[in-house]
Design a protein around this ligand. Structure first.
Ligand SMILES: N[C@@H](CCC(=O)N[C@@H](CS)C(=O)NCC(=O)O)C(=O)O
Length: 198
């Protein structure tokens, strides 16, 4: 399997962490693209987004939740996505919330890169309010997070990593203390230290 990623994408990081946590990292051929090269991906993913995986069969798998589910299906020694029951939906919903947090961060980051005349404070405020609303829900359940983490916790932490990397809402730890303590601990995992955005 080949997987196209960029260095700092939170979604690509999620796939890399999943592969590391499952001990499959070295079985995957990682192709790190620059921002400019990402456009070439449209031959595999019409949306031109990373991550994209090309399976050994030649089949194409796009979108980080789908790629993570595929990687998780390759081993039964440890599962990051429960195979059935309410726990499965709980974990996948947490992953979706984490990815949504990442989407909001990306919109703000793109808005911040626009010139002052084109930048919309309204767009930034709306996305920031989504981030705060997600963090406030997460802060109430952080003490119940799975340890070792499952895909939900991994997704949330990757988006927080991208939020810090882009210096968006840098003071978040002051308002969400449970999340801040949990995040400090998950960041110590080798899969996180080895994939930190730079
Ligand atoms: N839902 C997708 C989101 C992927 C995504 O937005 N990737 C960004 C990088 S962080 C990208 O490639 N953006 C390029 C573009 O939008 O043209 C996933 O989870 O994989």
């Amino acid at each position: 399997m080949k997987c196209y990623v960029t260095n700092n994408s939170p979604y690509a990081r999620k796939v890399r962490i999943v592969a590391m946590e499952l001990g499959l990292y070295d079985e995957i051929e990682w192709k790190t693209l620059t921002r400019e090269e990402r456009g070439d991906l449209q031959i595999y993913n019409p949306l031109g987004k990373v991550p994209v995986a090309i399976l050994d069969t030649g089949d194409i798998v796009c979108d980080s939740p789908v790629i993570c589910a595929y990687v998780d299906s390759l081993t039964s020694s440890r599962k990051l996505i429960p195979e059935c029951g309410s726990k499965r939906w709980e974990v996948l919903t947490l992953e979706a919330l984490g990815d949504g947090l990442g989407d909001a961060v990306i919109v703000i980051s793109q808005e911040n890169q626009r010139s002052n005349e084109l930048r919309s404070q309204d767009v930034v405020d709306r996305q920031l309010s989504k981030i705060k609303s997600a963090l406030s829900v997460l802060d109430k359940v952080a003490s119940d997070f799975n340890d070792p983490p499952l895909i939900g916790e991994i997704g949330v932490a990757c988006s927080l990593g991208y939020m810090d990397f882009r210096e968006i809402f840098p003071e978040w730890r002051e308002s969400y203390a449970n999340m801040a303590s949990w995040y400090t601990i998950i960041l110590k995992r080798q899969s996180f230290t080895k994939t930190a955005p730079s």
